[in-house]
Design a protein around this ligand. Structure first.
Ligand SMILES: [Fe+2]
Length: 187
């Protein structure tokens, strides 16, 4: 099953998601919605519902692992499976690092969420470069090996960015404006 947005918010409450993580997830979901809608318009077969639900729940395991330690993406995947939301389990489980990615030039729901999460610093839409420097500073722990893995992950993400935006009518730099226009129009 794919959870409805209401069910996603219900799970956030149930797992005591911290307000700042919830706010972050909502912005990631806004980006995911805009990107998925654009891709569908270009004929790429992605499920907007699945991508948005995955985005809303991508950090569902995070509040717990802040206290207990552990891999919040793996825990989030488990939580999805426990609730029979199998369709989004891998979207959540691979939002930090993709285990596999499309090689046929298209993009999948999990790649969209993986990418969108790396464009949001707290609740601000930023470039991949900016987000990478934030992650290096916060999680890099002055560990050179870890720094290298983070940089490699962002290099892979640049490839995903290229693939996504080759199908969209706007560029990565225009993402923040597109989101703002959508928000203004919805008001
Ligand atoms: Fe996360």
């Amino acid at each position: 099953m794919i959870p409805t947005e209401t069910e996603c918010y219900g799970l956030m409450d149930r797992y005591g998601m911290l307000a700042n993580i919830k706010d972050h997830s909502i912005v990631v979901a806004d980006i995911v919605r805009v990107i998925s809608q654009g891709l569908v318009r270009s004929g790429v077969p992605v499920s907007i519902e699945m991508a948005v639900a995955g985005a809303l729940l991508h950090d569902i395991g995070k509040t717990q692992t802040l206290k207990t330690g552990g891999d919040h993406a793996a825990l989030g995947r488990e939580i999805c499976l426990q609730h029979h939301f199998d369709e989004i389990a891998d979207v959540v489980g691979e939002h930090v690092r993709l285990k596999s990615h499309s090689t046929d030039g298209t993009c999948s729901e999990k790649e969209i969420v993986y990418y969108a999460d790396k464009r949001v610093l707290h609740t601000s839409v930023v470039s991949l470069e900016e987000r990478m420097h934030d992650i290096l500073a916060r999680y890099g722990r002055n560990d050179l090996g870890l720094h290298q893995r983070i940089r490699e992950n962002f290099r892979l993400c640049e490839g995903v960015e290229e693939r996504i935006f080759s199908k969209l009518a706007f560029g990565p730099d225009e993402l923040a404006d597109v989101i703002r226009e959508k928000m203004d129009a919805a008001r």
